[in-house]
Design a protein around this ligand. Structure first.
Ligand code: FAD
Length: 397
């Protein structure tokens, strides 16, 4: 047997053992997910004891296929996307053993939802400008400030938080990265209604919120380094999803075209074909990106994927409205809701169109991603950064 075959045979054995002791038909979902984690079958690329087996990431697809075929429950990555896509890889890379043991298991099972307290009214694209202050008080940090656009904060048990710990040094050098307890009395979450009518995200006010130093991730003053690891992973999580052909946005349009001849027009056919081809290119590039990821760290290529994803979803959802005509303009419900997940697939074309507008903003705007590609991939000259060597407190604002 080749090494590949040996690994797959071993994984099959492990999955079979899990299914024997935990029949998905009769086992409580949470009990099953915990057992899957303990068997190292949650994310096989994580170390043993932390839900993985230290294998290349690509093997998880095989495990997932075996489990899905047996009717095993899903931990619903969409609902817990920030935990899985952003917090987990950051904790794995920068966390202490104690932090890894405490946080990763309930994160993966979805028992504890995570959110990301990065953006502020004056620090979005320029994230290194964050002004939320964390001041040390013995073994704890006292945090004051305001965050904004915090997806899922209303459901979150924990947050990854970027805060300023030293205003006397240049902006990139004076930040630290924390795990914030969202149940702390100093944390207030207020809904923000968005263009779809829903309130997926929030403003978060931190007033003397307390964080033990044991919940700092990475060294004091090195928050920017840690945040960068999160952002690289975020772009892959948003833009590099493992998609089957036509499962994403293009599937709705292609399906409408196939099943509803009355919608067909020659010029629309050309548009549909070119969008379909682009969606295929994106799907295959995403596959290649994940292979690269399996081999090492996420790189700036993730920015390219996220940029493509945003552009395509907006083009496709716009085309879908044109194709459907008046029907596409009807909007089902403007009642403010606080959804569990961003549900592109379970909703109508109008929702998809409006929600896709946020794709070129969330996780870094398309303009900023182009800057990253220009500088880090194409090696073009960097943007002038006038505030580079100035202490954060002295930057004019
Ligand atoms: C649906 C959604 C969910 C989100 N969820 C979260 C979350 O959970 N946690 C979180 O922390 N944040 C979240 N965000 C915030 C998001 O990361 C920020 O909105 C984003 O980084 C842009 O920051 P900003 O809104 O402050 O815009 P600004 O930075 O003010 O930018 C405004 C415009 O100026 C452009 N611009 C700015 N600087 C440059 C430059 N140097 N070159 C060229 N153009 C430039 C931008 O591209 C943009 O078009 C979310 C946003 C959305 C839409």
């Amino acid at each position: 047997m080749t090494t590949e075959e040996t690994v797959r045979a071993d994984l099959k054995e492990r999955v079979d053992a899990l299914l024997t002791t935990h029949d998905p038909a009769t086992t409580d979902q949470l009990v099953f997910l915990r057992a899957q984690f303990d068997a190292g079958l949650a994310w096989v690329h994580f170390p043993e004891g932390l839900g993985g087996l230290g294998l290349p990431r690509a093997h998880q697809t095989y495990v997932n296929e075996l489990l899905a075929a047996a009717g095993a429950p899903d931990n619903d990555p969409r609902r817990i996307g920030i935990g899985l896509g952003m917090a987990a890889p950051t904790i794995l890379a920068f966390g202490t053993d104690e932090q890894k043991r405490r946080f990763l298991r309930p994160l993966w099972t979805g028992e504890e939802v995570w959110c990301q307290l990065f953006s502020e009214p004056g620090a979005g694209s320029d994230l290194a400008a964050v002004g939320t202050r964390a001041v040390r008080d013995g073994d704890t940090w006292v945090v004051n400030g305001q965050k904004v656009w915090t997806s899922s904060a209303h459901k979150a048990r924990w947050a990854i938080l970027l805060a300023r710990t030293d205003p006397d040094v240049p902006k990139h050098a004076g930040m630290s990265y924390f795990i914030c307890d969202m149940t702390d009395p100093g944390v207030e979450v207020r809904p923000l209604r968005q263009i779809t009518g829903e309130a997926e995200f929030n403003e978060v006010f931190l007033s003397d919120a307390r964080i033990p130093d044991a919940h700092r991730l990475g060294e004091e003053g090195e928050g920017w380094k840690v945040a960068n690891a999160t952002l690289m992973n975020e772009r892959v999580a948003i833009g590099g999803n493992a998609a089957q052909r036509e499962v994403s946005m293009i599937g709705f349009v292609a399906n409408a075209w196939r099943t509803r001849p009355e919608l067909r027009r020659p010029e629309a056919h050309d548009q549909l074909t070119s969008l379909w081809v682009e969606a295929e290119v994106a799907r295959l590039s995403g596959k290649r990106l994940r292979q690269k990821l399996a081999a090492g760290e996420p790189g700036p290529e993730g920015s390219g994927m996220k940029l493509t994803f945003a552009r395509l979803t907006q083009q496709i959802t716009g085309f879908e409205l044109q194709l459907l005509g008046e029907e596409g303009l009807r909007y089902a419900d403007w009642t403010m809701t606080r959804p569990d997940i961003v549900d592109f697939t379970g909703r109508d074309a109008g929702y998809r169109y409006l929600r896709a507008k946020g794709n070129s903003i969330e996780g870094g705007t398309s303009e900023i991603l182009r800057n990253i590609i220009a500088e880090r991939v194409l090696k073009l000259p960097a943007e002038p950064r006038a505030d580079k060597d100035i202490a954060w407190k002295d930057i004019p604002r």
